[in-house]
Design a binder for this molecule. Structure first.
Ligand code: PLP
Length: 387
């Protein structure tokens, strides 16, 4: 392959062929993803900063300044003044950073195997983390509303508890754990609490009063030590853009490694070389949309969720799993199992996914999904059920 060069024309012809094999968000058929079509303004900003490297911030001081402004703005969204953190590749890396900090803190005082208490609804990134950091996982079952059963947490705390993890917007059902209560438990027991708001972080702060109620899920809860919030999900940023925020600057410093050959003497990220493009895109989005703009994006997504929910509720043979809290709906059918349904919908071009706990079909109503797509989807779902 490499001994024969291709002309630019051939290259782009081939690239187009590869691209044509991909699904496009514009088709409206992707109902399984927590990512969406990136905003055009964000893509413009992304391209402008594509050559920057935040791993060597002394060379890219403007981009580094921009990252600090993004962290400050994300802190404002999550009620944290003087937030410390970084724009990273996504929720996985953000969660790894939080758990690494918790492990360093734990090891300053303990010798035993560190344990993390987490709900069975936690994203699979925690499986990777448990293995990478050699942690003992202590799973908390879900309550009847599919949220972390808060009443079970205290009995699971031991001298080796390193951290508690709670989820604000679960991957499978889009539900928010009772962060306020969990925070009180963590705080009164002196345990590190990380909130994984990779998905919910760009939704919950922008919900209207009717949907938000008195939901308290962020740094307002004094036990919360760190939060994941991903711009590349409901923030509309191009991939890869994750966010990690720490309440205490000294916690982020636990990750510091000396970088003698670079322009600054330390790094507090897991990756070394990292693009500033995602930071530029996020900075752009936050300033371009502001609170008001994101409120509108979230309002539209929630309206479509409600529309879909009402339609599905009135459909024969469909059983909705729970009232959606964010823009995610899950359901089963009494005449076809969910794996068959998923496959048959696939044959119609739809990409839906199956949650494991509970075993249900799940639809994520991201901004690239419009009402006309849902109307077509419902027609196909009906055909599949009648087939
Ligand atoms: N946490 C939650 C709650 C998620 O839903 C996801 C992904 O969907 C992640 C973490 C992992 O994020 P990423 O795929 O960006 O690494």
């Amino acid at each position: 392959m490499l001994d024969k060069r291709m002309s630019k024309e051939d290259i782009f012809e081939n690239l187009k062929k590869f691209q044509d094999m991909d699904m496009s968000y514009e088709s409206g058929k992707i109902l399984s993803s927590m990512c969406t079509k990136p905003d055009p303004v964000a893509m413009q900003a992304y391209k402008m900063f594509i050559e920057t490297n935040l791993g060597d911030p002394g060379l890219f001081q403007g981009t580094a300044l921009m990252e600090s402004e993004v962290i400050e703005m994300l802190g404002q969204i999550l009620h944290l003044e003087n937030a410390s953190g970084h724009i990273v590749t996504g929720g996985t890396e953000a969660n790894i950073m939080a758990m690494s900090v918790a492990k360093y803190l734990f090891q300053e005082k303990h010798d035993g195997t560190p344990e993390i208490i987490l709900p069975t609804s936690a994203h699979f990134s925690f499986k990777k983390i448990i293995s990478m950091l050699s942690l003992k996982a202590v799973y908390v079952p879900l309550d009847e509303n599919y949220r972390m059963d808060v009443s079970k947490i205290e009995e699971l705390i031991t001298d080796n508890t390193m951290a508690i993890v709670a989820i604000a917007g679960t991957t499978e059902l889009g539900l928010v754990d009772d962060i306020e209560k969990i925070s009180n438990i963590a705080y009164s027991n002196g345990i590190y609490l990380h909130v994984d708001a990779a998905f919910g972080g760009f939704i919950i702060p922008f919900l209207d009063n009717q949907h938000k109620g008195n939901l308290n899920f962020d740094f307002k809860c004094k036990g919360v030590c760190s939060m994941t919030i991903d711009p590349h999900k409901m923030g509309l940023a191009p991939v890869p853009a994750g966010g990690i925020l720490f309440r205490h600057a000294e916690h982020l410093e636990k990750l510091a490694v000396k970088t003698p050959y670079l322009t600054r003497n330390k790094q507090t990220t897991i990756v070394g070389t990292r693009s500033g493009a995602a930071t530029a895109a996020t900075w752009t989005l936050l300033n371009y949309y502001g609170m008001e703009g994101y409120q509108k994006i979230v309002k539209d997504a929630m309206e479509l969720t409600e529309y879909t929910y009402n339609k599905l509720s009135n459909m024969e043979h469909i059983d909705i799993t729970c009232k959606p809290q964010l823009n995610l709906i899950s359901f089963t059918s009494d005449i076809k199992d969910v794996d068959t349904l998923k496959q048959e919908l696939y044959d119609y071009g739809w990409r839906v996914s199956v949650a494991q706990k509970p075993h249900v079909l799940r639809l994520v109503l991201m901004p690239h999904v419009k009402r006309e797509h849902i109307d077509k989807f419902l027609i196909d779902l009906k055909s599949v059920l009648e087939d």
